[in-house]
Write a protein that binds this ligand. Structure first.
Ligand code: ATP
Length: 225
């Protein structure tokens, strides 16, 4: 006779965090705050999700395959990270909410899932498709970003934010979805736009992104006219 049920000794489900972006290219402004955040919040794994860009928005300079390859190079050998190319494997841009709904199905109802965004993305979140339903599928974790205010622009977004915000990252493990956590991550004033502009101007970017990514950019002649 078993003295325990499988329940009593079962490990808590892992806390998985997904981080979407254009990553044109990926840089230290993505990687350093996220690494710090994973320590603070106890993420078991951070999964990078490179996005397609809708046709009506300015297109990335690097191809999908190049952006994916840069993301893979940036985290190669780092066990905290993995890369999920699902959004690049389809021709049409995916809505984040649909990707999150699929991820929720894949991981089951009990596994805590977090979706990471920067402060600039939070400020425009009310423009995302079905933004008010994001928390049905995941927690939202917001990283500070220099130059972006904390005050939210629309009263509806502010009310939603205030209603779901928690001060303690521990809460993220206590239910599968539904909280917003504003992380106290290091401030890095780096953007992919700045990197592309510096490259076009023939300037050095070695402090701004991993050397393997920089070497790849150079070998592909990316971001040079
Ligand atoms: P671009 O300059 O081309 O708009 P980006 O540098 O903002 O690009 P994205 O790939 O668009 O990079 O960003 C992906 C996610 O990372 C977004 O949620 C964004 O808010 C966040 N992010 C990007 N750079 C930083 C940074 N320096 N600090 C904190 N968050 C960041």
């Amino acid at each position: 006779m078993s003295l325990t049920t499988s329940h009593s000794f079962s490990r808590p489900p892992p806390l998985l965090a997904f981080f979407g972006g254009t990553f044109d290219p990926i840089h230290f402004g993505h990687l350093k705050p996220v690494t710090s955040l994973a320590g603070q919040a106890g993420f078991d794994q951070v999964i990078l999700l490179p996005n397609n860009v809708p046709p009506h928005r300015p297109q990335p300079e690097a191809s999908s395959q190049q952006r994916l390859h840069m993301v893979e190079l940036a985290v190669a050998g780092n066990p905290l990270f993995s890369v999920d190319s699902r959004e690049l494997n389809v021709d049409t841009p995916s809505y984040t909410i649909e990707t999150l709904a699929t991820l929720r199905k894949e991981h089951g109802d009990d596994c805590p899932l977090a979706f990471i965004i920067g402060q600039d993305s939070l400020l425009t979140l009310h423009k995302w498709h079905r933004w008010g339903s994001l928390l049905d599928f995941c927690h939202l974790v917001v990283m500070a970003r220099p130059g972006y205010q904390e005050q939210l622009d629309t009263p509806a977004l502010q009310r939603w934010y205030d209603a779901h915000r928690v001060a303690d990252a521990e809460k993220l493990k206590q239910k599968p979805a539904g909280f917003i956590y504003q992380a106290n991550t290091p401030l890095l004033d780096i953007s992919a736009t700045e990197i592309r502009e510096r490259r076009h101007a023939g300037l050095d970017c070695s402090d701004l992104l991993p050397s393997a990514v920089e070497r790849y950019i150079e070998s592909q002649g990316l971001y040079r006219e």
